[in-house]
Write a protein that binds this ligand. Structure first.
Ligand SMILES: *[C@@H]1O[C@H](CO)[C@@H](O)[C@H](O)[C@H]1NC(C)=O
Ligand SMILES: *[C@@H]1O[C@H](CO)[C@@H](O)[C@H](O)[C@H]1NC(C)=O
Ligand SMILES: *[C@@H]1O[C@H](CO)[C@@H](O)[C@H](O)[C@H]1NC(C)=O
Length: 455
């Protein structure tokens, strides 16, 4: 939905066999302020042993044409958090953030309101180029991506990072950018592990494109563990009122992704071609029809823009007041009427890889190999990314410092051990909790139970 072409890439790997399922257990939450951290296990998100569903909105109050960070502007975020509380959401997605700015006030205010943030790690100047992906996957780009991780990893309510947004679109040759998005996902996951952060999930947000959705999803969850995403998300505008679970085709989107092996959710939904929306999609997302496969979604979108999806209008960016549109009350009502289901909702307790897609007319990737991380970016795994370029830097797409050849599958695994001082919840980048340090996990459980863990 955004007009900028952020870069993401799908890597294409052909013919790797599907790995056998790995049993996983939810990680104990780390409680650092008001909110427990959200973790991935099996094909779902969890707060401790409680299943977590994304019940959120897409948040870009400046509109998609303006590169501005609403989480760096307390006046803006606090104005909107009031509305988020009135809606009753638990998650926002923020498309553009400035990794040179401070986010303490907004992230803490969101946490106080019980709200998590999913953050895009790209911005218009620092992204993978859909048209010319190879040079855009470079060390200058990855330094910006890693600096965004540094900016948000410290907040317990950072739910996840998107490694790319709609980089692949409906042009068949845009699928060639998938390798670079997948390499970026791998590098982000390794950076999170090697820097000793908690295991914040990383995945891709796909455009609403039927011709390559399946291949892209399989591609992002195929290959060795270091190459696989923590989750997959896609945008979907097929439920246009009046509609229902069958007529919209969502019934097939559940069938098709049954046994996908990792969590999946809708990063944008909310077709508005029918005029007023009644958000029957949300009822479906919270129902048994979908919960065994999907973990909720993000309604597009909070603020009114040129495409008229917004549920509030904001005079100008700095305006103190917002005006609720009629869809606001209908969405709030849907949230109130359909609470998160109790129990596990049919979630699976194990995770597994898919087979990599093979090349065809819609999917042009013909290798399972990913580009190796550029040398200059590899060095940041040890030294840290340092100061981010923010949104006003010179940009990265032709900055040089590119990859020199393909990576050996498995070479993107995190090698560092979690740091006990920096972050008690830091875990090695492993998929099984069996490998977690026992004492730390036990301590977290104890302190979480008594509700006193303050780090
Ligand atoms: C895809 O095709 C378009 C039009 O021919 C071209 O401009 C673009 O560079 C191509 N992209 C890739 C990744 O090859
Ligand atoms: C489901 O999968 C089938 C077979 O791969 C495909 O033809 C169909 O388009 C998919 N439907 C949806 C809604 O994704
Ligand atoms: C669940 O699916 C059934 C059809 O199998 C449909 O009649 C019902 O409306 C769906 N429920 C929701 C909440 O969409």
């Amino acid at each position: 939905m955004r007009s900028i072409s952020l870069a993401s890439v799908l890597a294409s790997v052909a013919g790797l066999a599907t790995a056998s399922p790995t049993h996983t257990d939810p990680e104990p939450p780390t409680k650092r302020s008001t909110l427990p951290t959200v973790t991935v296990s099996g094909n779902a998100f969890w707060q401790g042993d409680t299943r977590f569903y994304i019940r959120g909105v897409d948040y870009q109050p400046g509109g998609s044409s303006e590169a501005a960070d609403p989480l760096a502007d307390p006046k803006v975020c606090k104005r909107d958090i009031t509305q988020f509380k009135a809606l009753g959401i638990n998650t926002i997605r923020v498309y553009i953030t400035d990794n040179a700015k401070d986010h303490d006030i907004c992230m803490n205010a969101l946490a106080d309101a019980g709200i998590y943030a999913i953050l895009d790690a790209n911005n218009p100047k620092y992204s993978i180029s859909r048209l010319n992906p190879d040079p855009s996957y470079n060390e200058v780009y990855l330094q910006s991506v890693f600096a965004t991780i540094d900016a948000f990893a410290k907040y317990p309510n950072t739910l996840a990072f998107f490694s790319g947004n709609e980089v692949v679109n409906d042009g068949a040759n845009s699928t060639l950018s998938a390798r670079y998005v997948k390499a970026t996902t791998r590098d982000m996951r390794q950076y999170i592990g090697n820097r000793g952060y908690r295991k914040i999930p990383v995945g891709y947000s796909a455009a609403d494109v039927a011709s390559n959705r399946r291949q892209l999803a399989d591609y992002m969850n195929c290959g060795t563990d270091d190459e696989r995403s923590d989750f997959f998300a896609f945008n979907d505008y097929s439920w246009c009122d009046p509609s229902n679970f069958i007529q919209s085709g969502w019934v097939d989107k559940v069938k098709n992704f049954t046994d996908y092996g990792i969590p999946i959710f809708l990063s944008e939904y909310g077709c508005n071609t029918g005029g007023k929306r009644d958000f029957g999609e949300f009822a479906a997302l919270m129902s048994e029809n979908m919960t065994s496969v999907y973990s909720g979604g993000l309604m597009f979108e909070y603020a009114m823009g040129p495409n008229a999806y917004g549920i509030v209008t904001i005079g100008d960016k700095q305006s103190d007041t917002v005006q609720q549109q009629s869809d606001f009350a209908r969405f709030a009502e849907a949230l109130a009427q359909h609470p998160a289901p109790s129990g596990k909702g049919g979630a699976k307790s194990s995770t597994h890889a898919m087979a990599c897609p093979t090349k065809d007319a819609n999917w042009l990737v013909d290798s399972t190999l990913l580009p190796a991380i550029p040398q200059g970016a590899k060095a940041l795994m040890k030294s840290g990314a340092g100061t981010g370029p923010g949104l006003d830097g010179p940009g990265s797409q032709n900055a040089g410092g590119t990859s020199t050849g393909d990576a050996k599958p498995g070479s993107g695994s995190a090698t560092a051990s979690p740091s006990s001082t920096k972050n008690a919840a830091g875990k090695p980048n492993a998929r099984s909790v069996d490998k977690q340090p026992f004492a730390v996990a036990g301590l977290v459980i104890l302190l979480t139970l008594s509700g006193t863990l303050l780090l």
